[in-house]
Design a protein around this ligand. Structure first.
Ligand code: SIN
Length: 285
């Protein structure tokens, strides 16, 4: 097994592994280590059926069963969500516009996700160029490169997060919003702005421009100034790794150490389809 880092603050390709449900403990430990070191890892040219996808994901923790409109799930597989722009018989076959904004999964819950595992089945392509990439930004690098004054301003502070954040920078279309339903009911989650990674102990910035409503117990103008500053700092262009998908890619991201944003630079008849499992995380501290 060979781990080849990108030239960005996060991301690495793992070569020499065929993902299967019966990888050895040693191989799994190698993958976990690469994930701890690089926050996003990917494997090219994989052939992953649904059962293998689910079985491998369970080795990273308990799966979070998505409480989505069942039309967004792989039929017969309650743990597998389809991310797609494809419409069949007038109905979307998966989540439309999934993640097309900077966020960390389920940060609007008290117990957010730890990992997502995506398998690429159809990827849009035009004039020889792959479209529909996913951008990743490192929460750890963002904290480590934050100036001392801002570190002091946010030390010990918490953020409030909500799926229905009125300040989110990009709204879902009405068609896409229909597929998300559970999140609409939830009260704010409150999390430390500087979050400690439960496995590595590294500190990262845990706010994002989509779901973070503001700094808890702080007057609004000052709160917005801080959240906007931090979000722009986390996602500054030089800190981003953009994953160019190819059919057969299998990619895992760590939601505590990174945030992501799926690029909407394609439309039907160009088709994009990935399937996803998500792993339950732990209470942020
Ligand atoms: C997501 O799960 O946020 C979507 C990611 C993607 O489709 O690239």
């Amino acid at each position: 097994m060979q781990v080849v880092p990108t030239n960005k603050p996060l991301g690495a390709e793992i070569r020499g592994i065929k993902i299967s449900s019966d990888l050895s403990e040693q191989e799994l430990a190698g993958i976990r280590q690469a994930l701890d070191d690089h926050s996003v890892v990917f494997f090219r040219d994989q052939e992953l059926d649904e059962a293998t996808h689910v079985a491998f994901s369970k080795r990273l923790g308990s799966l979070r069963v998505p409480r989505l409109n069942s039309k967004a799930l792989v039929p017969g597989w309650p743990d597998l969500t389809v991310l797609s722009n494809i419409i069949e018989n007038g109905e979307p076959i998966g989540l439309l516009e999934a993640g097309q904004y900077w966020h960390s999964d389920n940060c609007f819950k008290q117990v957010p996700n730890s990992y997502a595992l995506l398998y690429a089945q159809e990827i849009p392509q035009q004039h020889g160029k792959m479209l529909g990439g996913t951008m990743f930004a490192s929460a750890l690098h963002a904290y480590e490169t934050l100036d001392g004054e801002m570190r002091q301003r946010i030390a010990g502070r918490k953020s409030r997060n909500n799926f229905q954040n009125p300040f989110r920078r990009k709204a879902l279309s009405a068609d896409a919003a229909k597929i998300y339903w559970e999140e609409k009911q939830e009260p704010d989650s409150v999390h430390p702005i500087v979050r400690t990674h439960p496995r590595t102990g590294r500190k990262g910035l845990y706010v994002n421009e989509t779901y973070t409503v503001g700094v808890d117990a702080m007057e609004q103008a000052q709160s917005r100034e801080i959240i906007d500053f931090l979000c722009n700092h986390i996602t500054r262009p030089e800190a981003i790794y953009t994953h160019e998908w190819h059919v057969g890619d299998f990619l895992i991201w760590d939601d505590c150490a990174s945030q992501h944003n799926a690029i909407a630079d394609y439309q039907l008849p160009l088709r994009r389809k990935l399937r996803r499992t998500t792993v339950q995380g732990t209470t942020p501290f």
